[in-house]
Design a protein around this ligand. Structure first.
Ligand SMILES: Cc1cc2nc3c(=O)[nH]c(=O)nc-3n(C[C@H](O)[C@H](O)[C@H](O)COP(=O)(O)OP(=O)(O)OC[C@H]3O[C@@H](n4cnc5c(N)ncnc54)[C@H](O)[C@@H]3O)c2cc1C
Length: 432
């Protein structure tokens, strides 16, 4: 894959935001009655959409519905296992969206909707109507993949794939593990939230174990044959954690032909189809995923469990007044990441503004980049730029993006610094 010029790429990302803002100067403002756009879900997709709708047209009334008063970021949450961050640094509130951008926040959960009447019901009993609805409700987990691993088992063996108390619980289990213990991590087949996330997590755990419990091991049992940035991760594990040697802190095994079927909760043993058994001291099962329950209940997902959309506008293929963005939606080949959700949200906000003012929807470009830390001074990345092809499907722009091409210690450290910078910029762009 082509190497990406870091500086050019970061300039491009910054330019995208600025371009979106200056573009809004030409939009019609003040057509009398205020259109009402409701955004469901205050994660990276929903928060960005709410903010950019108001930036693009201050005349639009925007209501954001989110059950939690504060949001905890999954990006950056793996760093907690290496002692490089804490939950406070990952937490953000919605005050800026309200005070700076005039988004109305309702701390509540959407419990259902009447699509024909364009009305939402909230768990708190309220109902409200919308002209257009943007949904970014994130993910849910499939509990039928490994017998014995259900929601109750996840309390004991946290997946920590929605950052928060489970992230802390898993970190504490790691810290309490005896030196020489085994961490088992299972990784689902594609698609799932954050393709490189499990391997960054294994790296951060290995970094901590190397310093405090060096006789231990992390074994990754993967439902896939290969994984995101594999060559870069394996090189990094070799450099820092002895990967490929008998004393490696990290092992990776593909179980693509021998899936895990069962968990024995008492003995902490996972059994595969061919009868292989894997025993853990700490168990981190990352279950397969679907779109969030509200999307499934409302019939917005297809048999894949994800929500198909018309990529140009993000409109659901099942309802033209509902737009779906972020992890819940199918934007493949764009991966499910916060960076992608942020990019989809901006394109969707532009589409909603255009549709409300009965103007053609401009063809978007989407951007994704996934940075990961292998060690505090060793970062790696993959990036892609996407546009619509002649058949109106999403296609990756050839020659744009690529994976990082390490050229010595300095460039690895620079990539690590970019990893931290991109996290801060993404948080600021979505929430502040
Ligand atoms: C360990 C880990 C590390 C990651 N690292 C990165 C990274 O470095 N870079 C990156 O780009 N991505 C990363 N990701 C992926 C990123 O977290 C997701 O892709 C991103 O959060 C998707 O945003 P979203 O808006 O679709 O969903 P979310 O951020 O999950 O937001 C969904 C919101 O909807 C709300 N909601 C759900 N149902 C309802 C309802 N019925 N009514 C109202 N609100 C509702 C939820 O409360 C939630 O706040 C990581 C993920 C994990 C698990």
């Amino acid at each position: 894959m082509a190497e990406l010029s870091r500086r050019r790429f970061l300039q491009g990302v910054a330019g995208f935001g600025v371009g979106m803002l200056s573009g809004c100067a030409g939009l019609p403002i003040g057509t009398g009655g205020k259109a009402h756009v409701v955004v469901v879900g205050g994660g990276f997709g929903g928060a960005t959409a709410a903010k950019y709708l108001r930036l693009l047209d201050a005349n639009i009334q925007v209501t954001l519905i989110e059950p939690k008063a504060k949001y905890i970021s999954c990006p950056g949450s793996n760093w907690l296992f290496a002692g490089l961050t804490n939950l406070e640094q990952l937490t953000v509130d919605y005050l800026a969206l309200q005070d700076k951008y005039g988004v109305k926040l309702l701390v509540d959960r959407v419990s259902g909707l009447d699509a024909a009447k364009r009305r939402l019901r909230l768990a708190g009993g309220q109902s409200l109507s919308y002209d257009r609805l943007i949904m970014s409700p994130g993910i849910d987990f499939r509990w039928d993949a490994i017998a014995g691993y259900d929601q109750a088992a996840a309390e004991q063996f946290p997946h920590a794939w929605q950052a928060g108390p489970q992230t802390l619980q898993l970190a504490r289990q790691l810290q309490a593990m005896p030196d020489g213990g085994v961490v088992l991590m299972t990784v689902p087949a594609d698609p799932y939230r954050c393709p490189p996330g499990p391997y960054e997590r294994a790296s951060m755990m290995a970094y901590w174990l190397k310093h405090y419990k060096p006789r231990s091991k992390i074994i990754i049992l993967d439902a896939k044959r290969s994984f995101s940035k594999q060559a870069l991760f394996e090189a990094g594990w070799g450099k820092h954690y002895g990967y490929g040697t008998a004393n490696s802190l990290v092992e990776w095994h593909s179980l693509a032909d021998n899936p895990l079927l069962e968990l024995n909760k008492q003995s902490k043993v996972l059994t595969s189809e061919f009868g292989d058994q894997f025993r853990a001291d700490v168990l981190n099962i990352i279950p397969p995923q679907t779109a969030a329950p509200i999307a499934l209940q409302q019939g917005l997902a297809d048999s894949t469990g994800w929500c198909p959309v018309r990529p140009l506008s993000g409109q659901s293929v099942f309802d033209e007044f509902i737009h779906i963005i972020g992890d819940a939606a199918q934007y493949a080949p764009i991966p499910k990441s916060a960076f992608a959700a942020n990019s989809e949200a901006k394109a969707c906000a532009m589409a909603v503004i255009s549709l409300l003012s009965q103007k053609p929807v401009p063809a978007p470009h989407w951007v994704n980049t996934c940075y990961s830390l292998i060690a505090p001074d060793h970062g790696v990345s993959v990036a892609g730029v996407y546009k619509l092809d002649a058949a109106n499907a999403i296609a990756q722009v050839k020659g744009a993006g690529g994976v990082s091409a390490p050229r010595g210690v300095e460039s690895l450290a620079l990539e690590a610094e970019y990893t931290r910078v991109v996290f801060r910029r993404l948080m600021a762009d979505a929430f502040r």
